[in-house]
Ligand binder design. Structure first.
Ligand SMILES: *Cc1c(COP(=O)(O)O)cnc(C)c1O
Length: 484
């Protein structure tokens, strides 16, 4: 089976989108124009944003239907609205594919995004671990039957639980207990980092911290850590302190689905609850989902009305299509190529003398430390964008430039791998990026001080790099059959 992104029947896809854009144009032509322009821009740029990808035409088209018009609060077969039989069908198929794809006991496909999945999972775990036993102790079945005083006590108990997650500057996500995020406010939070010397997770330090802090929830998973995680070890630590292990695989779900991460590196057999997005390396529609053991399934199923409103039925349908694609053999080849390409990109940097956090990668992320070029992450990100290379700045461990300017650039391979890039193309990408950074100088502020934001990119470099990128991009077209 060939790749569903590049092989969709070109004449069908072309005429479908041409006609759809005509229909949109008849109401608001500027939106049709912007939609065309977005395709042109995505086609013309080296997209190295680690969280982005290109979904297949089948996935994209599934989102544009009348399932968007239906309300379906509740669960499969138990809805608060009438006439949900087709939503039931769609949600059942999506959940079945998710269970089969990941070997999970239970799947919940309603969360609208990764953050919604995490919030839902947090409250599900609180309901399972705190509210359930609490109500049992109080001898009532339903919290509506609690006295006002008891309800106050339960609420205080729910809000006083401890959460231990990976810190943002070590590569964790905002929702893993970062103070300004709601996860850092609803929980009594603490964070673990990476070894400042190696940039690697230090499981012994994590175990010691967990033993001291005794979290109810231990969160594993990351958005900007270029290495694999041993989830068997994470579970051991969680068990030692009586914590629920929640793994947020938002970034690397595609590598789990494609069996690049197996055994101790596969979160599903080890975690109590796994949360994810569907649109990053998994290459589905923009959305979230949750996998859980049977034990947690009833609590997760309460996502609506606990945290969520009406599910996005059109997106659940598109998740089903994406999960079906990920169950095809070709997806395993795609996932392995993502990891192989990240190695090629990392080697391309190392062979040209650049520094990488942790010295390399064994997932889909490469974290380039740009301090050796005399730049901040912000300057590097902007200069690269001028040259048509789309990345995002990112903190490095113990970042001297803080979380806004940063000292790193995060690069990911899922999107360009979808376009067909392989070893040689990623080596060339590394060469082009190094060329841009070597030709960028930090600027100065109005007062003549060194600036962390302004920069000067040498004349002609942006155009030269754009031409070189265009050659790579033309050889590996995005949606090759789509004539727009
Ligand atoms: C991207 C990401 C999320 C959030 O996903 P959204 O769909 O943007 O809400 C959550 N957790 C991790 C680890 C992520 O990388």
């Amino acid at each position: 089976m060939s790749d569903p992104v590049s092989s969709a029947s070109s004449s069908l896809v072309s005429s479908a989108y041409q006609q759809a854009l005509e229909v949109i144009s008849s109401v608001e032509p500027r939106i049709a124009d912007a939609t065309r322009q977005e395709l042109a821009d995505q086609r013309a740029s080296l997209k190295l944003i680690a969280s982005e990808n290109y979904a297949s035409p089948a996935v994209l088209m599934t989102m544009g239907t009348w399932f968007s018009d239906k309300y379906a609060e509740g669960t499969i077969g138990h809805r608060f609205y009438a006439g949900c039989q087709n939503v039931d069908t769609v949600e059942s198929i999506a959940a079945e594919h998710a269970r089969e794809l990941f070997g999970a006991e239970y799947a919940y496909v309603q969360p609208h995004s990764g953050i919604d999945a995490n919030l839902t999972a947090y409250w599900a775990i609180l309901a399972h671990r705190v509210e359930g036993p609490w109500l049992e102790n109080a001898g009532v079945k339903n919290m509506n039957d609690l006295s006002e005083a008891d309800w106050e006590k339960l609420r205080a108990d729910l809000g006083n639980q401890r959460l231990l997650g990976m810190s943002l500057d070590a590569g964790g996500h905002l929702t893993h207990g970062f103070r300004p995020n709601i996860s850092g406010k609803m929980f009594h939070q603490n964070q673990y980092g990476t070894d400042p010397e190696t940039g690697l997770l230090d499981y012994d330090a994590l175990r010691a911290k967990a033993k001291e802090f005794k979290p109810l929830i231990l969160v594993a998973g990351y958005s900007a850590y270029p290495r694999r995680v041993n989830f068997a070890k994470m579970r051991e630590i969680a068990d030692e302190v009586g914590a629920t292990l929640m793994v947020d695989m938002a970034h690397f779900a595609g590598l789990v689905a494609g069996k690049v991460f197996t055994g101790d590196e596969d979160p599903v057999p080890h975690a109590h609850v796994v949360t994810s997005t569907s649109h990053k390396s998994l290459r589905g529609p923009r959305g979230g989902f949750i996998l859980a053991t049977e034990d947690y399934s009833a609590s997760v199923d309460r996502g609506c009305p606990m945290v969520l409103g009406g599910p996005l039925s059109h997106v659940m349908a598109a998740k089903a299509v994406a999960f079906a694609e990920a169950r095809q053999d070709s997806f395993r080849g795609y996932a392995q190529q993502i990891a192989d390409n990240a190695k090629s990109l990392a080697d391309g940097f190392l062979s040209r003398g650049a520094n990488l956090v942790t010295g390399g990668t064994d997932n889909h992320i490469v974290l380039l430390d740009v301090t050796s070029f005399g730049l901040t992450g912000r300057q590097a990100e902007s200069a690269l964008l001028d040259a048509g290379v789309v990345t995002n700045r990112n903190s490095v461990p113990a970042d001297p430039n803080g979380a806004w300017y940063t000292s790193g650039i995060r690069l990911g391979t899922p999107a360009l791998t979808t376009r067909g890039f392989g070893h040689d193309e990623f080596d060339r990408v590394a060469e082009l990026i190094v060329h841009v950074l070597q030709n960028t100088q930090p600027g100065t502020t109005k007062a003549g001080e060194p600036s962390k934001a302004s920069y000067v990119l040498a004349d002609g470099v942006a155009d030269k790099v754009k031409d070189a990128s265009a050659e790579l991009l033309d050889k590996n077209p995005l949606y090759p059959g789509l004539n727009l």
